[in-house]
Write a protein that binds this ligand. Structure first.
Ligand code: FAD
Length: 303
């Protein structure tokens, strides 16, 4: 019989420090234990990695929350000469993997991104026009009711902050194989740490709330976005929100960051409801002003 903790507040398992109580709770640190737990339980469950991209409802969750994250990560590197195949379990912190692989290049963009490999693959985390899907060659998945499957890269449907795994709770990511070239990543890691320090606001958050807008806009009316769009190929969600005058706007303790308008900061005791209201209000304002429908990048655990 697996022993679960009971009535655990999920606040401490989200970088937002928001979240209600889960009736049952377990922390799992390797894929064998995860497979065992999932095969034995008969109740609704949800899986969290680092909780750094998830808004968790304050309502009581009458099921099991599994936190799949380890503090003693194991990574297998198969050196192929000019490249390497890296086998990594989903519970490994992404930042740990990057600092462990200093003689490989391709993941330096991810330095400073909190969370696990599983969470990163689920949402195809990325930065500086690169994303984890670029380096994944396959993903080992436990499909609920069907067993273990290997998803080749082409089956993962990686796209801008999306994958086949996002919004599909039946697909549990156990591990992944990454293909990386040999080289020294240290210089780029240092540069990216500096960039992050400039861009990431301080305080409890779950990263960028909305995806950037890859469609166009009426540039005759809104010429302020033209230069950025021509350079980058998209309109930044943060710029759209800032242009609506929402920097610093708050509902309860949930505040649109004054440093980066695409971040919401939990000042202290923000409720999930405050954040949801702020998200909806922001979407309305951007829609009214620019006729653009912002889409959430974050994931939401409703009950
Ligand atoms: C300060 C800050 C900066 C950030 N910067 C970036 C950035 O530059 N780019 C970026 O893309 N993101 C960024 N993020 C968001 C976040 O850190 C990443 O998206 C991260 O990869 C999420 O990983 P996680 O383990 O925390 O996911 P979680 O929030 O724990 O989970 C996210 C989703 O994945 C699912 N999931 C988790 N593990 C598994 C698994 N093993 N199998 C199946 N599903 C799973 C969960 O159920 C949930 O739906 C930032 C966040 C913060 C707080």
């Amino acid at each position: 019989m697996i022993k679960f903790k009971e009535n655990i507040s999920l606040k401490d398992y989200s970088t937002f420090k928001i979240g209600g109580v889960s009736k049952y709770f377990i922390e799992i640190k390797n894929k064998e234990d995860l497979k065992k737990v999932i095969s034995e339980i008969d109740m609704p469950f949800r899986i969290l990695g680092g909780g750094s991209n998830t808004l968790i409802s304050d309502d009581y969750f009458n099921g099991l929350t599994i936190v799949f994250k380890t503090d003693k990560p194991q990574i297998m590197v198969n050196d192929m000469g000019c490249s390497g195949i890296i086998n990594v379990e989903a519970c490994v912190p992404f930042s740990f993997l990057i600092t462990k692989l200093k003689s490989f290049v391709g993941l330096e963009w991810g330095v400073g991104i909190p969370g696990t490999i599983g969470g990163a693959i689920n949402g195809n985390a990325g930065a500086f026009e690169e994303s984890i899907g670029d380096s994944v060659s396959s993903v080992e998945v436990l499909e609920i009711g069907k067993g273990i499957k290997k998803f080749e890269k082409k089956d993962c449907n990686f796209g801008y902050r999306t994958s086949i795994f996002k919004n599909n709770p039946n697909l549990i990511i156990l591990s992944a194989e990454l293909n990386l070239n040999k080289g020294s990543s240290l210089k780029k890691i240092k540069e990216n740490i500096k960039k992050r320090k400039l861009n990431n606001p301080k305080g409890f958050s779950i990263g960028c709330i909305f995806k950037n807008h890859y469609g166009e806009i009426d540039f005759k009316k809104h010429s302020q976005f033209k230069e950025f769009y021509e350079k980058k190929g998209y309109i930044s969600a943060g710029m759209l929100i800032e242009e609506c005058g929402l920097k610093g706007f708050s509902i309860g303790d949930a505040k649109i960051s004054s440093e980066h308008a695409n971040f919401i900061i939990n000042l202290k005791n923000a409720k999930s409801e405050n954040v949801l209201k702020l998200i909806n209000f922001t979407k309305e304002q951007v829609k009214n002003k620019f006729l653009i429908n912002l889409e959430e990048e974050i994931q939401i655990f409703h009950v």
